[in-house]
Design a protein around this ligand. Structure first.
Ligand code: MN
Length: 437
């Protein structure tokens, strides 16, 4: 697992001025990865690392020969349209690049003049998915979400008996995951009203978002081998924001007996930047299991997981309606919570996923499941905030919502803050719903 080192020093200052500004998501302590090119150019997509309002362009690092030796070889690995190759090489290689970039971007670095020719303003960039996501699994790791949703679908039996023993998940679909800026048509499907005898075919009327953390696997495991709990985080390259769009009316009719299907696989949105597990090291925190609850089976239990298995990542959702956009009003805050409330940790999800010998490949994505905090205001979906559509939510401009309407843009933000460390941010995952065709 990642330890605190010189790259996390809160005193570090960059020669890139914007990186030192208060509340900039990308100070020198962050250094997240993305894949980008200049807008309206016929350049190839390639890797970059965020610093303030700029991107360190890996293609330029290679052509200007800024680094040499092992670091140059690692940067060449990353200088591709997809980061899978680089991500598969493991944490020592990731760490080497982070340290080299941290030193080169510090105020007073000998490399600053050369590095200045390798910066692209983020405002001039377009992003794509940072890697090929071969497989995608969505967990259900927030007990607060599982309990409130369970109450709506099964009032007498909200939490099924396996929930406190097994990290529950389903295999999702990677083909419809896209990067922030995604626009998609409202899905259509089979919908059955509770009192109707038969379903109808219709556009979704209960369109919802789910605020999740996306976890990118870096180095995988061989088929037949499993990843132990204390090694699990070493396999995680980093994390992003994930919006697991959900058609609640389609879901309610189809989800039994095999789980989510067409209610989930029409679109999912990720933020462009991968915040590395190493950058998140200062924001790891203790993980607790209520004494009244079943304690984890041995393969999901360790002292390290108890001490520092949770990640304190603030997760915020905002809504921008078409009216707000037309009038130039700012987006409406809906909720904020922390990933630290998750019932299962990232390490437990990784270990559980492989305990039967299932193999992860580099670039695979795990969704954390909707992250809702202990209080109602911290809910990570409209299904919960509107009590299953029964109570409408008042927006500050006088509009109301139970579920999402056409033209609505959902904006997700994330950040980590802790006394004694520099705040780091995740950027945004933003996407807009278009009318059904
Ligand atoms: Mn989900």
């Amino acid at each position: 697992m990642s330890q605190i080192n010189e790259t996390h020093d809160p005193q570090l200052i960059s020669w890139v001025e914007s990186a030192n500004q208060e509340n900039n998501d990308f100070p020198i302590q962050n250094l997240p990865f993305a894949v980008f090119k200049r807008k309206d150019s016929n350049e190839s997509f390639r890797a970059g690392v965020a610093i303030g309002d700029y991107i360190v362009d890996f293609a330029a690092l290679v052509s200007h020969q800024v680094f040499s030796g092992d670091v140059a070889r690692a940067i060449e690995l990353a200088n591709q349209e997809n980061l899978n190759d680089f991500m598969s090489h493991g944490k020592d290689v990731w760490s080497q690049v982070r340290l080299a970039l941290s030193r080169a971007l510090r105020q007073g670095s000998d490399l600053s003049e050369k590095m200045k020719t390798c910066l692209v303003p983020q405002s001039e960039a377009v992003f794509k998915l940072p890697c090929v996501i071969g497989d995608y699994t969505d967990f259900y790791a927030s007990i607060h979400h599982a309990t409130s949703v369970g109450k709506l679908f099964r009032p007498d039996d909200p939490l099924l008996p396996n929930y406190k023993w097994v990290p529950i998940g389903y295999h999702g679909r990677s083909s419809s995951i896209d990067v922030s800026g995604q626009q998609f048509k409202r899905p259509k499907g089979q919908i059955k009203a509770p009192d109707a005898a038969a379903p109808v075919f219709s556009a979704c009327k209960r369109m919802d978002y789910e605020m999740e953390v996306g976890i990118y696997i870096g180095s995988g495991n061989d088929l037949g081998e499993s990843i132990s709990l204390d090694n699990a985080e070493d396999h995680v390259f980093g994390m992003c924001l994930l919006n697991d769009w959900s058609a609640r009316d389609i879901q309610a009719w189809e989800y039994q007996p095999l789980g989510p299907f067409l209610a989930k696989n029409f679109a999912s949105t990720v933020s462009p930047w991968i915040i590395t597990t190493e950058a998140l090291a200062p924001f790891k925190t203790s993980w607790h299991r209520d004494e009244a609850d079943p304690q984890p089976l041995a393969y999901l239990e360790s002292e390290t997981n108890r001490q520092s298995g949770a990640f304190d990542i603030q997760l915020e959702v905002l809504l921008e309606t078409e009216t707000m956009r037309e009038k130039g009003d700012s987006a409406n805050h809906l909720s904020v919570t922390s990933f630290k409330h998750s019932y299962w940790t990232v390490a437990q999800m990784v270990t559980h996923h492989t305990v039967n010998g299932c193999n992860f490949r580099s670039g695979d994505m795990i969704g954390s499941g909707t992250q809702s905090g202990p209080s109602h205001e911290e809910a990570g979906s409209l299904l919960e905030l509107s009590f299953g559509g029964k109570e409408s939510i008042a927006l500050k401009n006088g509009e109301t919502r139970t579920f999402l309407e056409d033209g609505d843009t959902v904006i997700m933000r994330g950040w980590c803050e802790k006394e004694g460390f520099k705040r780091i941010g995740f950027g945004e995952a933003t996407a807009t719903i278009l009318p059904a065709s």
